[in-house]
Design a protein around this ligand. Structure first.
Ligand code: 5AD
Ligand code: SF4
Length: 484
């Protein structure tokens, strides 16, 4: 069951990236880096490599060769942390054979567990939280001096706006651009506010410049990233919560997410634009209108709902109930009729009854999501849910409910994909199919994956594809034109 979850999908991504992460460099020292978790972590890894590149490190795909092994970790569920602990065992065995090798833990687990990680994991030398990567050169000096090193300070600024990421193991077609960091929503189940701090946004000019650079380098699609992109707010820097006390001038000239979308879409009318993740309570009609207005903004919104029960949504401290969410879905459909929507749903939150679970299934049937990422609730230390609510849904019940949610999503995904059969869709080719290099794959504006014969096409081409058949996961067809 777990292999169908979003977490499992992301882990597959991570394996691919780990292998492909070779950047020929001039460095004398070798870095092996593995990333886990969300897209933001993968994007952060590109910043880490950029910083260490200047310190003389070049990346290697062979950990045995590495002077420095870094794991960029995730804390979102207990399983994510256990995966890292297991992986660490493997690297610690390697380190016993190569005493000069250093091991570092980056990311959310570093931030959550802090110095205790150095105590618990004796062979770990370095612990660095997601806002402290600029300090890596200094921390490396401490390591060279034979000490262990740690920095888990969180920042008040977006932090990395001026660092040009080294695009790792990518396809040269699509890239992530981070626009906000942290989250102020305080969902009661979520560890992110503790690991990634308060919300802050990045200067829009630097975002546009990064996208322009990507376009000039041949990239055809950017995904604007943040834990909560709809909450983007630039008023000259600083935390979102301090906006209220900013000067009148700063408030009057503030840039919101809808403005940012217009800015990027206008500056780069041919680049495809995606964004993630949206929070229902922060998504404005202005954002929906911006998506509708610009052809190059993809017609796809990832809109986590977590549960279909208003009682559970309240216990989760989500800023919306079922009716608010359904109202938003109606507005999306009205303003962007061809918009695809995906979900995150969690099974077995504390106190969830069969009736609550049935409400989740009924909400899914009402929305008929294109696809989704589904998880069993995992209690996270120090969150409001962990402090106030007993994790009282038995594991077997959580797993059964999760399976029912996954099964229903499969039906809806198959149905949504089948609606494309006989239609011509536009696909941006990202690479070669895993099954055969005679086929290429790419995604439609709605984020559906399409596979079709390569013919004369190349990754990066935007081609029209006649869809002939489909599964829950894939559209299959044939290209019908020549790319310009
Ligand atoms: N347990 C299970 N799933 C979680 N998520 C966040 N926190 C937890 C948790 N404690 C899921 C939510 C979120 C996605 C990124 O991960 O569905 O939207
Ligand atoms: Fe995991 Fe969340 Fe941290 Fe991303 S922000 S790595 S999903 S805990």
């Amino acid at each position: 069951m777990e292999q169908l979850s979003g977490e499992a999908k992301v882990m597959m991504e991570e394996n691919r990236q780990g292998e492909a992460m070779i950047k020929p460099g001039v460095g004398s020292k070798k870095l092996y880096l593995e990333s886990y978790g969300c897209q933001m972590n993968f994007s952060d890894s590109e910043i880490v490599v950029s910083i260490l590149d200047k310190e003389g490190y070049e990346t290697t795909s062979d950990p045995k060769q590495a002077d420095l092994i870094l794991l960029n970790t995730c804390s979102i569920r207990d399983k994510a942390e256990q995966t890292v602990r297991n992986r660490l065992k493997h690297f610690k065995r390697m380190k016993r054979e190569n005493k000069n090798m250093k091991i570092g833990i980056l990311g959310c687990m570093a931030e959550r567990v802090k110095a205790k990680l150095l105590e618990e994991e004796q062979l770990v030398d370095l612990v660095v939280g997601p806002d402290a990567y600029r300090d890596l050169p200094q921390l490396m000096k401490e390591l060279d001096g034979g000490k262990k090193a740690i920095n888990v300070l969180l920042s008040k600024d977006e932090t990395y706006h001026d660092i040009e990421p080294v695009r790792l193991g990518g396809n040269g077609v699509t890239a992530f651009v981070s626009i906000t960091r942290g989250c102020d929503n305080m969902c009661s189940f979520c560890v992110v506010p503790f690991t990634r701090g308060r919300e802050r946004s990045r200067n829009p000019q630097t975002i546009v410049v990064e996208c322009q650079k990507l376009w000039a380098d041949g990239y055809k699609e950017v995904t604007l990233l943040g834990q909560n992109v709809d909450s983007y707010l630039w008023y000259g820097g600083g935390l979102k919560k301090d906006f209220k006390v900013a000067s009148d001038m700063a408030q009057a000239s503030a840039v919101q997410f809808s403005h940012l979308l217009h800015m990027v879409a206008n500056a780069l009318p041919e680049i495809r634009i995606r964004f993630a993740t949206s929070n229902p309570q922060d998504m404005s009609d202005e954002v929906l209108q911006a998506i509708a207005e610009h052809e190059n903004i993809c017609k796809y919104i990832h809109l986590p709902v977590q549960s279909g029960s208003s009682r559970i949504l309240k216990a989760m401290n989500r800023g919306h109930d079922r009716a608010d969410y359904m109202d938003l879905i109606d507005r999306v459909k009205r303003i962007i009729p061809d918009c695809a929507i995906s979900q995150d749903i969690m099974a077995g939150f504390p106190t969830e009854t069969e009736e609550d679970h049935e409400e989740t299934l009924s909400l899914m049937s009402q929305v008929r999501y294109n696809f989704g990422y589904m998880f069993a609730y995992s209690e996270r230390p120090n969150t409001m849910a962990a402090r106030k609510l007993e994790d009282d849904v038995p594991l077997a019940v959580k797993k059964r409910r999760l399976q029912e949610i996954i099964d229903l999503q499969q039906v809806h995904s198959a149905e949504r994909n089948a609606a494309n059969v006989g239609q011509v869709v536009e696909v941006l080719i990202e690479g070669y199919s895993k099954r055969s290099d005679k086929d290429v794959f790419g995604r439609t504006s709605q984020n559906a994956v399409a596979v079709f014969p390569k013919k004369h096409h190349q990754p990066g081409d935007l081609v029209k594809v006649l869809i002939r058949s489909s599964t829950a996961a894939t559209l299959l067809g044939d290209s019908i034109d020549t790319p310009s």
